[in-house]
Ligand binder design. Structure first.
Ligand SMILES: C[S@@+](CC[C@H](N)C(=O)[O-])C[C@H]1O[C@@H](n2cnc3c(N)ncnc32)[C@H](O)[C@@H]1O
Length: 353
């Protein structure tokens, strides 16, 4: 009897925590400024942002074949749309839980010059079930990408499993799921080397709550290891969670996803620099500073992230390899075309309007 009460209390507390966390995310990403080009170019993270984008491109380029169907999970404001265009994708589905982000992404898509792919935009929580269920029957992905966002799902086992299910459900056998996340090993190593619960340099700060670590740096929980992340000047105190990578690998297996590649950003940099076209892009896309190099502080910050790729090794249900289904073809796509998910049956809610 006592056990049942505890479980119920736990569920209610967990649900509240999850909704609070979601509000924190939505508030942060909806108020994030649409910076002017001038401000962006003068930002202290100008080069770092360009390097991160280049790393994403290298990771995508390694696995993405032309004419693929792509699922951009937690797409933000559509920062990867130009990459999808350059990588010549065929169909793109992009989803995010922050409405202003989805609207911005959809607008960017509408305004893309010489757009060569069909797009569908979804407003909903990608860490609840059912995100791909409104897509046309017979439509499947070759590739899924979750950039700088999967760590938000590590609040609980349920949420990361929902994300993996959403990714895997329509991913063809042989397709890939790639992403970028903070490198928990590096964070923990740093944390254990300092006195308190904060690690930082002049550009970033990571602040742990003692309680989220069960008051011990040595015994870190697998889910819900929360910290606040600050990146000067754009990110101020967003709640994130450590990703226990072996657990991610184990859970992914349950959804037919097998780890193919896991590399720190330093190693992805070394990998990408072997290719002339990527080296040229590094220069063209302003990854190097005035001294034609990456500053020590940005190089150190690259330690903070890693990239991964999983391969789908099982057939999705109802997949017919001989059938090709595309998304609806639209010349103009308006805000009304955004698919709004009602996830209330899973404990979700409708967010900002
Ligand atoms: C750091 S941004 C990355 C955006 C984009 N992937 C990129 O690389 O430019 C993180 C994004 O994850 C989204 N996000 C966080 N939790 C989410 C959830 N539960 N479902 C869908 N999107 C989520 C946020 O709204 C935000 O747009």
């Amino acid at each position: 009897m006592r056990r049942m009460t505890n479980e119920k209390e736990f569920t209610t507390t967990e649900r509240k925590r999850s909704l609070d966390h979601l509000s924190n995310i939505q508030n942060h990403y909806s108020t994030l400024d649409n910076e002017s080009k001038h401000n962006r170019n003068n930002s202290s993270i100008f080069y770092l942002r360009n390097i991160n984008n280049w790393i994403k491109l290298v990771l995508m380029g390694k696995y993405l074949m032309p004419h693929s169907n792509v699922f951009d999970v937690c797409c933000g404001k559509g920062g990867d749309l130009l990459k999808w265009q350059n990588l010549r994708v065929r169909n793109l589905v992009a989803a995010d839980v922050t409405l202003p982000c989805v609207i911005a992404a959809q607008k960017r898509y509408s305004n893309l010059k010489n757009r060569c792919f069909r797009g569908e935009f979804i407003y909903g929580d990608c860490f609840l079930p059912g995100v791909v269920d409104k897509l046309p029957n017979g439509f499947f992905f070759d590739f899924a990408s979750c950039q700088f966002a999967l760590h938000y799902s590590f609040s609980s086992q349920k949420r990361i499993e929902n994300l993996l299910e959403n990714v895997s459900k329509r991913l063809k056998k042989g397709g890939h799921f790639v992403g970028t996340i903070p490198n928990s090993n590096w964070i923990i190593k740093k944390l254990r080397s300092v006195e308190g619960y904060t690690i930082q340099n002049s550009k970033f700060k990571i602040e742990f709550e003692k309680t989220s670590l069960q008051s011990q740096k040595e015994k870190i929980p697998i889910f819900g290891a929360e910290y606040k992340f600050y990146l000067n000047p754009s990110v101020v105190g967003v709640s994130e969670f450590l990703v226990h990578f072996p657990t991610l690998v184990k859970l992914a297996k349950k959804y037919g996803l097998e780890l193919d590649w896991k590399q720190t950003f330093h190693n992805i940099y070394l990998y990408g620099s072997q290719f002339k076209n990527y080296l040229l892009l590094m220069k063209k896309n302003n990854c190097f500073n005035q001294n034609n190099t990456i500053s020590q502080i940005d190089w150190d910050l690259m330690n903070l992230y890693l990239g991964f790729a999983f391969k789908k090794v099982t057939d999705p249900q109802d997949w017919n390899p001989n059938e090709t289904v595309d998304l609806q073809s639209r010349k103009i796509i308006s805000q009304e075309d955004i698919i709004v998910l009602d996830q209330s049956e899973f404990g979700g809610r409708l967010y900002q309007n």
